[in-house]
Design a protein around this ligand. Structure first.
Ligand code: XMP
Length: 318
């Protein structure tokens, strides 16, 4: 019978035998899969595991700092690389969704390659690939593997892709990954996280991306997600987030007509992201959240809730 404890024990032994004294590089995304993969390798080879966590400037509010803290707390040998400016610069003026994805993927690879080169004599690249990643075309995982798939179309392989690949979770399903993480004592804050796309808020800001828009959306998203947690709704939802729409709509402040931004909130139930239903969130929650957003986030005067299911509407708006 499969048990998470037995899986951890045999996998750690196998990793030790396979890797020996070699150095391993792993890209952390903040998500469940890459975090659990890192923890398994950490148990097996300790400081010989070099984790890299890239801030692309499109993460949730305070995400980079919070997640980095959690990783350090877990004892991981992790380096945080803040490349926000590089990403935003490369994205300047681009509003085509697929081009934005390519730009974000390309810059990620460049940044990751630079960092990987700083780890001398690395022999392995570890990935948090899980079983469904290998059979499904759509992956919710925002990890480097998703990025690499799209980069194949663009150009040659970066140097780190010439490393030998180690994928300790490749036979597991998501729920098994969570159980493995729990058996290693990892926190619910990491194991219970919603999926988040690799291009992050970059595909939730419709149209072109600016630092200002990112800051607005981070505030909106934080109010929504914190609210879901406070109301005990976070764990009932598979994925949630906010979209910043490329329209200004009219509002009124005193005697003045204003034209400000509109945001759409989205929360879905799903098992794998391939199909999804919008979640029937309580009206009282939506009311409170809308008020909070409009009162607290400067530049937003309208909030709508997305009641479309997939198919045909995708989870993300881009
Ligand atoms: P859609 O929008 O296609 O999303 O219904 C299904 C799942 O995939 C995630 N998603 C992405 N993840 N890179 C990623 O790593 C992407 O470009 C990307 N696009 C969508 C989305 O968040 C949802 O979980």
């Amino acid at each position: 019978d499969w048990t998470p404890d037995a899986f951890v024990e045999t996998t750690v032994d196998e990793l030790k035998a396979q890797i020996g004294d070699d150095k391993v590089i792993l890209g952390l995304s903040g998500g469940v899969d890459s975090s659990v993969a890192a923890m398994l390798l950490h148990k097996a080879i300790g400081k010989h595991l070099h984790c890299i966590f890239v801030n692309n400037g499109l993460l949730r509010k305070n995400e980079f700092e919070n997640v980095l803290d959690q990783y350090e707390h877990m004892g991981l040998n992790v380096k945080g690389v803040d490349a926000s400016a590089r990403f935003l610069d490369a994205l300047k003026g681009e509003s085509d969704p697929e081009k934005k994805r390519k730009i974000i993927g390309g810059v990620f690879i460049d940044v990751f390659d630079d960092e990987a080169h700083k780890v001398e004599n690395a022999k392995w690249l570890a990935q948090g690939t899980i079983y469904p990643d290998r059979i499904e075309s759509v992956s919710a995982s925002g990890g480097p593997s998703a990025v690499i798939k799209s980069h194949h179309n663009v150009g040659g392989l970066p140097d780190y892709m010439k490393l030998k690949i180690v994928e300790p979770l490749k036979m597991l399903f998501k729920d098994e990954v969570r159980r493995v993480g729990a058996s290693m004592g990892m926190s619910e804050a990491i194991l219970g996280r919603h999926p988040f796309p690799g291009p992050g808020l970059g595909i939730r800001i419709l149209g072109d991306i600016t630092a200002e828009k990112v800051a607005i959306l981070q505030e909106v998203d934080a109010i929504f997600i914190e609210g879901l947690k406070k109301w005990g709704l976070y764990d009932k939802v598979w994925q949630a987030g906010a979209m910043l729409l490329p329209v200004d709509s009219v509002g009124v402040m005193g005697d003045e007509r204003t034209y400000e931004k509109c945001v759409a909130l989205r929360a879905v139930e799903s098992t794998d992201g391939m199909t999804a239903d919008w979640v029937n969130l309580p009206y009282e929650f939506l009311q409170k959240t809308s008020n909070d957003i409009i009162n607290k986030v400067k530049g937003v005067n309208r909030v709508v809730y997305d009641i479309s299911s997939k198919p045909p509407a995708t989870i993300e708006w881009e």
